[in-house]
Design a protein around this ligand. Sequence first.
Ligand SMILES: CCCCCCCCCCCCC/C=C/C(=O)SCCNC(=O)CCNC(=O)[C@H](O)C(C)(C)COP(=O)(O)OP(=O)(O)OC[C@H]1O[C@@H](n2cnc3c(N)ncnc32)[C@H](O)[C@@H]1OP(=O)(O)O
Length: 462
Amino acid sequence: MERQELLIEVKKNNNTRVIQEKMAKTFSIRRLEIVSESPAVEDFRDRWPALFCEDGIKEEFRRITTLSLEQSFMYKLDHYTPKLITLMKAKGGVLGTALRPFLYRLSQNQSIEERRDTIIRSLIVYLGEKVEDLFEDCQEDCRSEARKHGHGAQGQNQYEFRLELLHPVKPEVKQRSTQRQVNLTVQKDQSLWWGRLTAQERRPVFLAPDFDRWLEESDAEMEIQEKERREKKAPRRENNFLSTFKTGFLLLYNLVQFLGFSWIFFNMILRVLLIGHDSLYDTFHSMGDVMFFCQILASVEVLNAAFGVVKAGVGPAFVQVVGRNFVLFVIFGSLEEMQNKPVVFFVFLLWSAIEIFRYPFYMLASLHIDWKPLSWLRYSVWIPLYPLGVLAEAVAVVQSIPIFDQTKLFSFPLPKAVGSSLSFSVFLRVYLILMCFGLYSNFKHLYKQRTKRFSAKKRKTH
Ligand SMILES: CCCCCCCCCCCCC/C=C/C(=O)SCCNC(=O)CCNC(=O)[C@H](O)C(C)(C)COP(=O)(O)OP(=O)(O)OC[C@H]1O[C@@H](n2cnc3c(N)ncnc32)[C@H](O)[C@@H]1OP(=O)(O)O
């Protein structure tokens, strides 16, 4: 009978007191039902709906234990909070990451209510529950006011509130109601830091921020910085790929050149030691192919400089590659008479002598490694080698002049009135002058590079 009356009372508004009294009177009936029939929760809710709200549960707990449910719960929660924090701190992996924001908040100077709120939320995550599964959501548009029908402190009633926020917010406000709270999501109209939430200085007692999304001013700055970092990260990842590719390419290129020139250099030395001065006469036949390969490949250096793959100057690289290849392909390659001359040995030896230091230096430079003895050799050995190398090349050019005159190879046919043909040797004489300019400009460039490197080193060490 009392139960039937209760079913009618819960449908009425503002009668919490009547419901509490009837619930107190029917306590023994409920106990008996539970102990003797063990009913399903759903069935029990249909029979005793007044029990299934915050106040109903609290009162029933008090009737059973004579204690306040909330107080005992909070007391135990506060007592176990340090242990729970230790437990959560020890968690790694995905769960550890999910718990980190809660632990951060707990490490801040929170009020007791905020601390309890955080620990309960973290417990939900720790126990692997989904917040969405625990709260029943509904959504409806509202501004900074909400009106809802439900069961609260005044029983089943129409509840409403109005909030005056500190600054304007966007008109779209999301409202999500659960059994124990109403979640409002508003978006600031302008992106600025709010000193507090509401226009009135004291926060209304019924209002609590969502601590899951709570940010201190410094946190907010960090979040913005993190967002900017993430936005920049994508192109940087692309840059990383390009720079790894560049390093790999330069390493391979310099390694191949180093191996090629080392083979030439040490083979020539070995042959001199083993065969004696006779070896000077067949340098071209024994080393020519590898030298052709290395010098064709050296053209890449001009492209590297031109496309900014390395910080080298295009002009000096061009003069170097063109100068050497002219001697190799035109003077030695096209004149068999030149191929057996000892000058080939000296030209090849002087060219390769610098490269066995230059290419390993570049390999380390690609890896941002500076090995001082090697750097010193790279930027010093050229001082005697470069003039000697150009001198050897000039000797080869001079030696080739009579051969070009004799063979008329590459001679340029002229109109009969001027003469029969223009010998290639005329161009070679001009080229000898060009070599002086080439030597001067590259010597100057290398000197500048040397000064730059060593003065930079000195500055770094002081
Ligand atoms: C119209 C045409 C006219 C043509 C006329 C021709 C006339 C020809 C006359 C002269 C002919 C000369 C022929 C050559 C003879 C000889 O070689 S004789 C033997 C001795 N020779 C030498 O000592 C010269 C050796 N060669 C060089 O030093 C270079 O080739 C160079 C171009 C002359 C100068 O090098 P450069 O690259 O400009 O300077 P670096 O300081 O070494 O490098 C600058 C930065 O770039 C990085 N880098 C360069 N290359 C690479 C690479 N392959 N891999 C990785 N990194 C590289 C380098 O690390 C430097 O970076 P930082 O360390 O950060 O500064």
